[in-house]
Unconditional design. Structure first.
Length: 206
């Protein structure tokens, strides 16, 4: 089955012209209150022009962003989709960086599922986890936990299969650490609590 990926368009300037009225009070006299340029991380567009408007009635001011430009990050929506696509295909950080540098942009590869879900939604693709990235992330977390060498080995063996038998083993590992208390404010989490949270993540995302 073929699946298409939609890459959002990025514009240098906002289209549509001056707003007909204030979005806050509805007053019909709006004037331009300044322009600024924002550097973008995008495969094609390096900068975008943002326009600030001011209402002649209530005095509110606001910015209008060009299509594809995000408010709180220099990464365009197109760039986020490209990064998410490479991640979902299982490319390593180094290979993804080489590919994106050839396009003149950057990529941030994360092992935290929540960080790429918004971009995956923008791409119109399912939130399918790359097992290679996920297993590497679990291995790195295990190395940071002191002790429990036998339990860590059993956990890694279970993650190789991810079948019903392996999931029962994961539940058994989690039950052992389920009562480990969370750390008090300002303290580091105990190895037992770290194992509790890691086995929970494995059950939820495996």
């Amino acid at each position: 089955m073929e699946r298409g990926i939609r890459f959002p368009r990025t514009q240098e300037k906002a289209s549509g012209g001056r707003p007909a009225c204030c979005p806050f009070c509805g007053f019909g006299r709006v004037r331009i209150n300044g322009r600024c340029r924002r550097r973008l991380i995008d495969p094609r567009v390096s900068e975008a022009v943002l326009v600030r408007y001011r209402c002649g009635g209530c005095g509110h001011s606001w910015r209008v962003y060009p299509e594809g430009v995000n408010r709180n990050t220099p990464q365009s929506k197109c760039q986020q989709v490209v990064s998410a696509t490479l991640y979902l295909l299982g490319l390593s950080y180094d290979k993804a960086s080489v590919f994106l540098e050839a396009l003149g942009c950057e990529v941030v590869v994360s092992d935290e599922l929540d960080s790429y879900k918004p971009a995956a939604e923008a791409a119109g693709v399912e939130h399918q986890l790359s097992l290679a990235h996920w297993r590497k992330a679990v291995s790195r977390r295990l190395k940071k936990i002191e002790g429990y060498e036998g339990e860590k080995q059993l956990l890694q063996e279970a993650l190789k299969q991810l079948d019903p038998v392996a999931r029962r083993r994961l539940r058994g590992r989690h039950r052992r650490f389920a009562k480990a208390p969370p750390p008090a404010k300002g303290e580091r989490q105990s190895p037992a609590y770290a194992m509790r949270m890691l086995t929970l993540d494995c059950l939820e995302n495996g």
